[in-house]
Design a binder for this molecule. Structure first.
Ligand code: SF4
Length: 762
């Protein structure tokens, strides 16, 4: 089935490069060891740009929602942005699929060196499908791809895998080698395993590691770089220098360069918005403020040609073995049979990790958080999902819903670092209570926890919160987390500037920044939908350019590069003439298609919400004591967001927009209006995107998908007539031909004197 879908899709792509820097899309059948190259046609680039945007185009065409996420016929898609490897800090790529953890859209952005190396080998997208017969390594060099046997590397975790690859390929990371790879956790289908993109960088959220493991794909390795041809070569470097200067001149650029993202911990803690103990509390110790990590940060590192270098290196050997807790933790890891001292040095942590492995599970010391972070980096565990699942288990333990009987003797008391470390290793191996964490947010469905445990699961759309910031106070944050297309995630649309006094104190400036009036009061709901939409659009475009979120306008600073700089460098490098409005429309298109993908996976308005706890339990202290989410206000803000974003009451594009997107994405659309008495669907209509040559074929297809409709069609008392493009037909219906763009209306023809179609209806 996937091969038929690929065949159909390839017929709509092209064999000609569309602009000088465009790379190929490689369709890689791992089972058959076949590679088929193509290029995205210009009309698709104009609508989805590249990276995340085009990934969505490919996924929408290849996704079969009747399967399961780990079925090898569900593709895993990698995409470098249109500016990846070209613009400074545009070092990012997106990994996209159907999440085996949340069971909604999986889309994960990461940097380090792999996306740039891929792009600089003339490849923009990898579409991976089919299960390889044996563990496989894809090796790319000089733009060519080879299948290699990965059996000798199967079972290796990240540290050993990187050492072995550098040795086997006689290369050096960051100089001539870059890789994405899975660890043992991914091989074993752990739902909280990511795809490693470096010593620390990880494609997180959604279980990409498990998905890659289901294809028997251990790694994709790229060696050496080619040069790209630019449309206007003389203009690229000067514009790049301006962009680099622009972000290094911002306050946030400087602090990122000095300390990395952990600087964000303190502002959240100070306003009592730091998720603590599974969000039961919202404030934690100043011991984890970023300055307390200074003694353990020997250096900073970063992604491909990024001057910010925001990634902290770490080394806690200065307090080992004097720090009794750390010494005890190392001893415990060694007693479990692992090399305990290898985790005394490493990369990171990011702010997310500090929050998720700090306050959220009750850890108090930077050196302990660092050590646990280093274990996760080696095991390929996503620290946000891991931290979320740990804190969920710990609250269940605290409440007596589970006990040592279920945990296999592990004492899951808050702050018990030895139990946490042990559980990380068990999770990666899917052994003991680790099997429960390995099931991710589906632990209740898998029968590991009783149904009441769901009440304490801090998820949106079954995704654990990515960000440790508790959003009961800042309503724009809450709205953004609720509507994020990949679940409970801050990187899709977070309006970080809501905690920036200058912006809140200048209404005119704030309105210009977001394109409309937004209340300056962080706790107000007024206008917050405008801010969330503005962020969502520019971040989607940033991901399609390949730009890092930290250096994209509106995320952390209003003075970072944004649409204007993207327009300029897309013109200089790729020779494509877009303007700001065009890029904004691309951002909306990406939101639209992501929502359509999610809808096909069962996501609708009911899922655009926040955890109950945020509606029920107020913040207990600090400057915003008493704040929580108000359900009526929240729903009203959600309604406004939907209207602003051209979404219908179920949160998918309105019928008219859906028809437009379908024609672009699938090259085909037939709209079928159905009476509400027969079937209630959003906008009263279904859009069909698979070629359906006759009315009979259409009715058969709809009958399979909608049992209520089948019943109505079979029911003699409810005969259904048909209008096509406003022309009524009452006989010979099944043979009527259908064409792309047709609008069909099913008209209920009641027997026994009810409403009948007009006899002259033809
Ligand atoms: S700002 Fe940091 S994470 Fe972003 S590209 Fe630069 S080094 Fe990488």
């Amino acid at each position: 089935m996937i091969r038929e879908r690929v065949d159909r899709l390839l017929r709509r792509l092209t064999t000609e490069r569309q602009f000088p820097t465009q790379g190929r899309t490689l369709f890689i059948d791992l089972e058959r060891r076949e590679v088929r190259p193509a290029y995205a046609p210009r009309r698709l680039v104009d609508v989805f740009l590249g990276g995340r945007g085009l990934n969505m185009f490919y996924l929408a065409n290849l996704l079969d929602p009747s399967l399961e996420p780990l079925n090898p016929e569900i593709p895993l898609i990698y995409g470098a942005g249109i500016g990846t490897g070209i613009i400074p800090s545009a070092s990012r790529g997106n990994l996209t699929s159907w999440s085996p953890d949340s069971r909604i859209l999986l889309d994960s952005n990461a940097g380090d060196y792999f996306p740039s190396f891929l792009k600089l080998n003339g490849i923009d997208h990898l579409i991976l499908y089919g299960r390889a017969a044996n563990p496989t390594l894809l090796y790319i060099t000089g733009g060519d791809l080879e299948f290699r046997d990965a059996t000798p590397f199967w079972g290796l975790n990240n540290i050993d895998m990187r050492r072995r690859m550098a040795f086997e390929f006689n290369g050096a990371w960051e100089r001539d080698l870059a890789m994405i790879n899975i660890t043992e956790a991914g091989e074993r289908g752990v739902r909280i395993a990511g795809v490693m993109a470096g010593p620390k960088s990880l494609h997180a959220r959604g279980g990409g590691g498990a998905k890659m493991g289901s294809l028997n794909l251990k790694a994709v390795l790229v060696q050496h770089l080619l040069r790209l041809d630019y449309a206007y070569p003389a203009k690229v470097s000067p514009a790049n220098r301006d962009i680099a200067r622009q972000f290094m001149n911002t306050g946030v650029g400087k602090i990122l360069h000095e300390r990395g993202t952990p600087f964000l911990y303190k502002p959240s803690r100070q306003i009592w918005a730091m998720a603590t103990k599974n969000n039961q509390e919202t404030v934690w110790l100043d011991a984890l403020d970023s300055e307390n990590f200074d003694p353990f940060r020997p250096d900073m590192n970063g992604c491909f040609r990024c001057p910010v270098n925001c990634r902290p290196m770490n080394d806690v050997t200065s307090v080992y073995p004097d720090d009794a807790d750390l010494a005890e933790l190392v001893r415990h890891v060694e007693a479990l049979g692992y090399n305990g001292k290898r985790y005394l040095k490493g990369d990171g942590p990011e702010y997310v990790t500090v929050g998720k492995l700090g306050p959220n599970i009750g850890m108090t010391k930077p050196q302990i958080v660092i050590y646990l972070n280093n274990i996760c980096n080696d095991l390929g565990l996503d620290t946000s999902a891991t931290g979320g699942n740990l804190s969920w288990a710990m609250e269940l333990y605290q409440r007596g819903i589970i006990s040592t009987k279920e945990t296999g003797g592990l004492d899951l008391a808050w702050g018990n670092y030895k139990a946490v470390a042990e559980l990380l290793f068990l999770t990666a191996k899917t052994e003991g209570f680790g099997r429960v964490l390995a099931a991710g947010s589906g632990a209740v469905d898998a029968g590991f926890y009783p149904p009441e445990a769901v009440k304490y699961r801090m998820t949106v759309k079954r995704t654990m919160q990515s960000d440790p910031h508790d959003a009961r106070i800042l309503k724009a944050f809450a709205l953004g987390l609720a509507v994020s297309t990949r679940g409970f995630d801050h990187l899709r649309n977070r309006v970080t500037l809501e905690i920036n006094a200058r912006i809140n104190d200048e209404p005119g400036y704030k309105a210009r920044l977001y394109g409309g009036p937004v209340s300056g009061k962080p706790t107000s709901y007024e206008g917050k939908e405008i801010a969330v939409k503005a962020c969502e659009d520019i971040y989607a475009v940033g991901d399609s350019v390949g730009m890092c979120r930290f250096t994209t306008k509106l995320f952390n600073s209003p003075n970072l590069p944004g649409y204007e700089q993207f327009v300029e460098q897309i013109r200089n490098a790729a020779g494509l003439e877009y303007d700001v409005e065009h890029l904004q429309a691309i951002g909306s298109n990406i939101r639209g298609i992501e929502r359509m993908i999610n809808y096909s996976l069962g996501v609708s308005r009911k899922d655009d919400t926040c955890p109950e706890r945020w509606f029920e339990e107020p913040v207990r202290g600090g400057p915003y004591k008493g704040e929580k989410l108000d359900r009526a206000e929240f729903e009203a803000a959600l309604d406004r967001f939907y209207r602003l974003c051209r979404l219908n009451e179920q949160g998918i594009p309105t019928l008219e927009w859906r028809e437009e997107l379908n024609r672009i994405v699938f090259g085909y659309n037939v709209t079928v209006r159905i009476p509400r008495a027969i079937l209630v669907v959003p906008d009263g209509a279904i859009t069909v995107t698979q070629e359906t040559p006759t009315m009979g074929a259409l009715l058969d297809r709809l009958s399979r998908e909608y049992p209520l409709l089948r019943k109505a069609l079979e029911d003699e008392d409810s005969l259904v007539n048909v209008a096509i493009n406003d022309e009524m037909f009452v006989e010979g219906i099944r043979d009527l031909p259908l064409r792309d763009g047709d609008r069909v209306e099913l008209v209920q023809a009641f027997s026994g004197g009810g409403r009948r179609p007009p006899a002259e209806g033809k």
